[in-house]
Ligand binder design. Structure first.
Ligand code: FAD
Length: 310
């Protein structure tokens, strides 16, 4: 029994979500191999070989993998799939783009967004926006799995010594082409990897107020900025900051929710945070039921005070 983790990387290094996926793969009970499909990706392959618990890194090198085009990566996974009992992807935008193609091509059911490995064929996954946990048992010969990264601790990025093996790359499928990327540049930590998040809701009232009140506190704490969907829909914050069922799933050490009511769809994205601080002027706001610390206050006074006293 051997598990194959499909690495998420930028050709030079491995992205953090891969480390959590390695932990899930190790819990499936067998050896853990990692596939790095990239272009000029020896840096990423070498980094993968350092991950604790990984016994082999398979490096597939081709221009068609440079931008992680799903059709090409899926074809590469299929070329290797025969040797594996489990194939695991992080449940990120790119993992969720490739995994269903692999499952369909193998004619097996994908097991999505697992948060726990009970045994080699049985897993837990949240359903109904996290309000219920389903236990899923799969009879498929190969388990194609996406892993909710907040459900598993990251494997150590160093200390491993995996064998590094090159494999011949599959031909470019020609089905899709990379045209360009517009990547938001920020000095802040990435939302899903941040240790501290300051999140703002509809109460902020405008994008100017959002920046004026949320940003100074986030700067002081070295935090990432998040937002509720209401704040995003109203244009107070960009789309990629949305936390929740239809946004990002986060589990930082500290999550500060300011002017967020705590709708279940928002809680689905942040309730696994280690410490939750809620600032809301309504004592009945549902966010207080998941908060470790609650401050019933006007955020326009409380947040600047907090930023100033830090
Ligand atoms: P509100 O619910 O309007 O809450 C604003 C809060 O601010 C209130 O509690 C109020 O008391 C407080 N407040 C007002 N003024 C002040 C002040 N001056 N100081 C302090 N507090 C103040 N939502 C998400 O966030 N993420 C998702 O991914 C998501 N996905 C969804 C998916 C579906 C299918 C659906 C149907 C909904 C989804 N939603 C999601 C929307 C969700 O249901 C809520 O509408 C949304 O989370 C509300 O955002 P909010 O808390 O900012 O706004």
């Amino acid at each position: 029994m051997t598990a194959l983790v499909i690495a998420e990387h930028n050709n030079a290094s491995i992205k953090g979500a891969t480390l959590n996926t390695v932990t899930a793969a190790a819990q499936c009970g067998g050896e853990v191999h990692v596939l790095v499909a990239g272009h000029n990706a020896s840096g990423a392959a070498q980094a993968a070989a350092q991950i604790a618990g990984v016994t082999k890194v398979i490096h597939a090198e081709a221009p068609g993998f440079e931008h992680g085009l799903a059709e090409n990566v899926a074809a590469q996974v299929i070329a290797l799939a025969g040797a594996y009992s489990h194939i695991l992807f992080p449940a990120t935008a790119s993992g969720k783009n490739v995994a269903p193609r692999v499952a369909a091509l193998l004619d097996v059911a994908q097991i999505s967004d697992i948060t726990k490995v009970i045994s080699a064929d049985t897993f837990e996954r949240p359903i109904y926006a996290g309000n219920a946990i389903a236990t899923v048992q799969s009879g498929d010969q190969v388990k194609v799995i996406t892993v909710r990264t907040t459900g598993f601790d990251p494997a150590a990025a160093s200390g491993g010594n995996a064998a590094l093996e090159s494999t011949s790359a599959v031909a470019d499928s020609g089905q899709s082409q990379f045209l360009g990327a517009e990547i938001a540049k920020s000095d802040r930590p990435e939302l899903t990897a941040a240790k501290i998040i300051v999140s703002g809701g509809r109460a902020l009232g405008s994008s100017e107020k959002f920046d004026e009140v949320i940003t100074p506190l986030a700067d002081k704490l070295g935090a990432a900025i998040g937002a509720s969907r209401a704040a995003v829909d109203a244009g107070y914050a960009p789309n990629d900051l949305q936390v929740g069922q239809t946004g990002k799933i986060v589990a930082p050490q500290l999550y500060i929710a300011a002017g967020i009511s705590g709708a279940i769809q928002h809680l689905a994205g942040m309730k696994d945070s280690k410490v939750i601080v809620a600032i809301n002027k309504d004592p009945e706001a549902p966010i207080f039921s998941v908060a470790d610390y609650g401050l019933e206050a006007d955020l326009f006074a409380a947040l600047p005070d907090l930023a100033q006293s830090l």
